[in-house]
Design a protein around this ligand. Structure first.
Ligand code: RUB
Length: 295
């Protein structure tokens, strides 16, 4: 596959979820490195840097993607041939990808311990990390059920429901607007994340902040499952996490005269509404992000 095709798939959500986006972005960078035609090493590196920037821009609210690509670009050898640089890209892409996979495995084990036997777990959108928690809890012999939202406008919740059912876990799919009715009936909420800010706020699929408010109102714990590669270092410098605004056609294909359509893909769950962030380093308080991020 060509790098440009992969980037298109990331942009149009054929590849979705922060983990899958980061892994696909790494693959795209590796493909770019093998596609670049350049005589000199410096030209190669300049072109690769601009390709890396384009890949990062495919999904603006994805620090895991940005961190992964910056990590690889920052570890390329300072001297040597183009082939040396290409080999280094391939090696670092492999290393970072393995890192993401092992982080999710660890989060799965830690998160599964928070699911009590016979629990009803509420989730939103589709998170590969939350899926791993469900997989581990099932493997541990826990009996539990899942309620998930359909997640308008792109219906990622249908994938969640399908995968959960595939694990032989009872699952109920609801419309997003029924969230309050069903959070009342659940024992805990577990959602994924696209970004973690330096103050411990979490950015996830639009609707997450409403679910967090309901969870607070109903006194239900809300956990966020997310690896530390999702921390956005830019937020520590004072920048706000950018919220991706997606095309109006995702909401309706109809032309509605005089109607403005807004389609933000994400919203922000305040740190004080999060009972814990489940990371590969352990269950941590969102308020302690800046401390554990350095370790
Ligand atoms: C997906 C979304 C998910 C996180 C989970 O949004 O908000 O909750 O990405 O990440 P989109 P992970 O469908 O717009 O990509 O899969 O790494 O747990």
């Amino acid at each position: 596959m060509e790098a440009a095709v992969l980037v298109r798939k990331i942009k149009n959500l054929e590849i979705q979820g922060a983990k899958a986006v980061a892994l696909a972005g790494l693959d795209a960078l590796n493909l770019c490195a093998s596609e670049i035609k350049s005589n000199g090493r410096n030209g190669f590196l300049r072109t690769l840097e601009s390709k890396s920037k384009l890949i990062k821009e495919a999904r603006p609210t994805e620090p895991a993607l940005k961190n992964a690509l910056s990590f690889v670009m920052g570890r390329l050898p300072k001297a040597g041939t183009i082939e040396d640089a290409q080999k280094a890209v391939a090696l670092e892409v492999r290393n970072f990808s393995k890192n993401i996979e092992s982080s999710i495995k660890k989060i799965g084990e830690i998160g599964a311990r928070r699911i009590p036997n016979k629990a009803v777990v509420f989730t939103h959108c589709h998170s590969n990390t939350v899926m791993e928690i469900f997989r581990c809890a099932k493997k541990d012999g826990k009996k539990f059920e899942v309620i998930c939202t359909e997640t308008r406008p792109m219906n990622q919740g249908l994938l969640t429901a399908k995968q959960v059912a595939g694990m032989q876990i009872p699952v109920t799919l609801i419309v997003d607007s029924a969230a309050r009715t069903f959070v009342k009936k659940c024992d805990l909420v577990i959602i994924g994340a696209d970004a973690i800010t330096s103050t411990g706020d979490v950015v996830n699929k639009v609707g997450s902040s409403t679910i967090a408010l309901i969870a607070e109102e109903q006194k239900k714990p809300l956990y966020v499952a997310a690896g530390t590669h999702k921390i956005d270092p830019e937020t520590a410098k004072g920048f706000l996490e950018p919220i991706e605004e997606r095309p109006a056609k995702e909401i309706t294909a109809k032309k509605l005269k005089g109607v403005k359509i807004r389609n933000p893909a994400f919203d922000v769950v305040a740190a004080n509404r999060i009972s814990g962030i489940i990371t590969e380093l352990g269950m941590v308080a969102p308020q302690s992000v800046s401390r554990w991020a350095k370790n």
